[in-house]
Write a new protein. Structure first.
Length: 242
C-alpha cells in the first residue's frame, strides 16, 4: 500500500495498516513542512516527478491511497492519472467539509485570490489569515488591511505591509482561538474549507466573537475515484480488496 499522506487521516490509516500483518505500507509526504508529523512505518519524503514518475513508482504497489489535504489538488490529479496509467486501484480519503450554521456569518469564495478580492471590496480592518504560507502573497497588495498571519513554517514571497506572523500548529481550543481573535481585534477570518477537526475551533470562536468568515471552497476533485470519509472506512475498503 502506498499512502500519499501528510494528514491526520493518513497517519491513522498507516497505523491501522501497519498493525495488520497482511499489509506492507509506505507513506509518502510532499516535504512542504519542515518538521512534519510522521506516521508509523516506512516513510518517504519528496515528490515523484509528476504523473509519469508516480506511475513508474507504482510498479510493485497493489493499491494507491490518496489521503492528502483537500487542497492538494495537483497531487490528487496526478494520483488519479498515474493510477489509471499503471492499472493500480486508487482509494481517496476525503474528509467532509465544514457546514455553516444559521448563527455563522460566512461568505464562500472559489479561491484564495477571490478571498483577497473580497477583502479589497470591504472597509479596511483586521484579518486573521489561516490559508497557509504559500497563499500569503495573494494578500500582499492590501495595504489598508492589517493581517495576523498564522502559519506552521515561515511564508515566502511578498507579504502584506501591515502584519504580524504567528508560527503555530493545531490542534487549537475554542478558548485559545477566542483569546487570539479578541487580543488582536480581528474582524474577518480568512480560511480554507479543510474540514479538519484539529483546526475547527476557530470557526466556533468566530461565531461567538461575531467575526465574519471568508471560506475558500475546495478545488474540484478528479472524477471517477472511489472515496471514503475516514481512515477506518479506508482500512475497511482496503481489507475488502485484499
Amino acid at each position: 500500500m502506498l499512502i500519499l499522506g501528510g494528514t491526520a487521516e493518513a497517519r491513522e490509516l498507516a497505523a491501522l495498516l501497519d498493525a495488520d500483518h497482511r499489509f506492507a505500507v509506505l507513506s509518502s509526504l510532499a516535504g512542504r513542512v519542515a518538521n512534519p508529523r510522521l506516521p508509523v512505518g516506512e516513510t518517504r519524503i519528496g515528490g515523484f516527478g509528476g504523473v509519469e514518475g508516480l506511475a513508474d513508482f507504482l510498479h510493485g504497489v497493489d493499491v494507491l491511497v490518496d489521503a492528502t489535504h483537500p487542497f492538494a489538488a495537483t497531487i490528487s490529479r496526478n494520483a488519479a492519472a498515474a493510477a489509471e496509467r499503471a492499472g493500480v486501484p486508487l482509494v481517496a480519503v476525503v474528509r467532509p467539509g465544514w457546514v455553516a450554521s444559521s448563527e455563522d456569518s460566512w461568505t464562500r469564495v472559489p479561491s484564495v485570490a477571490a478571498a483577497a478580492a473580497a477583502l479589497a471590496e470591504r472597509s479596511p480592518g483586521r484579518a486573521l489569515l489561516t490559508t497557509g504560507r504559500q497563499d500569503v502573497a495573494e494578500f500582499a497588495g492590501l495595504d489598508d488591511w492589517w493581517f495576523l498571519i498564522r502559519v506552521v513554517d515561515a511564508p515566502s514571497g511578498p507579504l502584506p505591509a501591515r502584519r504580524e506572523i504567528v508560527r503555530d500548529r493545531g490542534p487549537y481550543t475554542v478558548d485559545s482561538e477566542l483569546d487570539l481573535m479578541r487580543r488582536h481585534a480581528v474582524d474577518v477570518l480568512v480560511t480554507k474549507d479543510s474540514g479538519s477537526e484539529l483546526v475547527a475551533a476557530k470557526l466556533e470562536a468566530a461565531r461567538v466573537a461575531g467575526v465574519a468568515v471568508l471560506m475558500v471552497d475546495r478545488p474540484r476533485r478528479p472524477a471517477g475515484v472511489e472515496s471514503v470519509a475516514t481512515a477506518r472506512e479506508a482500512y475497511d475498503a482496503l481489507a475488502a480488496l485484499h
